[in-house]
Design a protein around this ligand. Structure first.
Ligand code: SAH
Ligand code: SF4
Ligand code: F3S
Length: 450
């Protein structure tokens, strides 16, 4: 293995840029790769074209992902005809690594989501003219090999769980991210403390199935996500805790109760359902029914009536009839989401649904997606309107467009703009005085000490 303790060598790249696509787990991985390369002596470059090394941190969840990677690679050619050192990371690297190496000679490294701690050694190889591929899912975890967190900013992601064993019939994640793994409790508490020391006031715990996280706390007791959140709530300067994405079948009593008992756990729950038809849920291998999902939401609302609910929906899954789709719209009507993500079904190579009968025509999918998004937008606006006159905390995240205007998020995750002399990272008590379809306006009432 080459010595990579100091990458400040003429042949090695001095500057890097990382471009992350896809989910928040990829954003987190991108940050950790940046910290890793910085610890090796490299400097992050803002202008991507100028960087010596470009990492494309890719997503494979829906189609055209691979085409996008190839077109991105093409665009990295500089005006003088030279190309930077290119690494393809993330879920496309895991799924299509060999093909990328064969088709794109300018790609010098392919690294999967569980192997990126080995990037420094790969860079040394690539700089010496040898292309390197690593799509292992090693038993040793990358997290132990990564440097201490140094990312600063008021909000931070913290991956607590990775991988998925659910095998929904449409989804590539179990193949690209591997089996479900929970990071150890102590490592997570340490990382959260480092993030808070670096300025985080809000931490979002991440996982493909974040509520499947389990571990042993400092007293040796078996705990789930609620237990972890309870310990993190003891970090004095941490004001807010969120988590995403949850799976309905992993939503346990303790986590529901935490929404009443843990004052730092924000009143927001992203709980994908995908469809409002039991027939389709079965074909998707979702392991919950519409009724079990609705009962779960009722239990959450019973302990936390103001909770903002969010979901994911797929329209046009193979075999989806007009009646199935109408059931999805009825579910949306019944729940009243504060926001939601919706997607057209995309056949993914190697997944069972890709070869199922009854693939749906593009124009039908387009119309269903439009109808579904209209329903979601209507509910989102209604939720925002219902926020008028409410008082809530807002964590300031950035400057607004107007002079003296700042932007932050409400407890329910809506964007809120307001006039204030507060700075980024301040937590304010705000009264909501304006409600639009996509954001709120507010008036500052007080500063909250964190
Ligand atoms: N682990 C989470 C989310 C994983 S991917 C969960 O189980 O809910 C994020 C979302 O992408 C999914 O919830 C689903 O709505 C969507 N998605 C996944 N595969 C898809 C596909 N093949 N076509 C369209 N949407 C898909
Ligand atoms: Fe994909 Fe289903 Fe796993 Fe979510 S639970 S990551 S949709 S297989
Ligand atoms: Fe995409 Fe991989 Fe995340 S496929 S959604 S980057 S887990």
């Amino acid at each position: 293995m080459p010595d990579t303790s100091n990458l400040r060598d003429a042949a090695l790249p001095q500057t890097f840029a990382i471009k992350s696509f896809g989910c928040q787990m990829n954003v987190y991985d991108g940050e950790r790769m940046a910290e890793l390369l910085t610890a090796q002596g490299m400097t992050a470059s803002d202008g991507r074209a100028e960087a010596d090394l470009i990492v494309l941190n890719t997503c494979h969840i829906r189609e055209r992902a691979v085409d996008k990677v190839y077109s991105d690679i093409g665009r990295l050619r500089r005006e003088d005809g030279t190309v930077p050192l290119i690494a393809v990371a993330g879920c496309v690297a895991q799924a299509e690594g060999e093909e990328i190496m064969a088709r794109a000679p300018s790609v010098k490294m392919v690294v999967g989501p569980q192997a990126y701690h080995r990037l420094p050694a790969m860079i040394a190889e690539a700089a010496a003219g040898r292309r390197a591929t690593d799509t292992d899912m090693p038993a040793e975890t990358k997290f132990d090999a990564l440097p201490r967190r140094r990312k600063s900013g008021p909000t931070a992601f913290l991956t607590v769980q990775e991988g998925c064993d659910k095998f929904c019939t449409y989804c590539v994640v179990p193949y690209t991210r591997g089996t479900e793994i929970s990071r150890p409790f102590a490592a997570l508490v340490d990382e959260a403390k480092a993030l808070v020391e670096a300025g985080a006031r809000e931490i979002t715990l991440l996982g493909q199935n974040v509520n499947a996280w389990s571990g042993e706390d400092d007293k040796g007791r078996k705990v789930g996500l609620a237990g972890l959140a309870e310990t993190l709530a003891d970090i004095p300067a941490l004001a807010r805790i969120r988590y995403t994405t949850s799976h309905p079948t992993d939503m346990d009593d303790a986590l529901i109760a935490a929404h009443a008992d843990n004052p730092k756990l924000m009143p927001f729950l992203h709980l994908p359902v995908q469809s409002g038809s039991d027939r389709i849920l079965k074909a998707m291998n979702r392991s919950h029914t519409v009724e079990s999902y609705r009962k779960l939401l009722d239990r959450v609302r019973a302990v936390r009536p103001d909770i903002a609910l969010s979901g994911d929906f797929i329209v046009g899954f193979p075999g989806e009839t007009e009646d199935d789709f109408a059931q999805t719209l009825r579910l949306i009507d019944a729940v009243g989401y504060a926001q939601a993500f919706s997607f057209k079904y995309s056949p993914r190579p190697g997944t069972p649904a890709a070869t199922m009968d009854g693939q749906i025509a593009a124009d039908v999918m387009d119309r269903r997606l439009q109808d579904l998004q209209a329903a979601i937008n209507r509910d989102q606006h209604a939720f925002n309107l219902a926020s008028m006159g409410r008082r809530c905390s807002v964590l300031i995240e950035r400057k607004g467009k107007l002079r003296g205007q700042m932007l932050g998020k409400s407890a329910w995750l809506q964007s809120v703009h307001l006039m204030t002399d507060a700075t980024i990272g301040d937590l304010l008590e705000v009264e909501i005085t304006l409600a639009g379809p996509n954001s709120l306006g507010g008036t500052e009432l007080a500063r909250v000490a964190v």
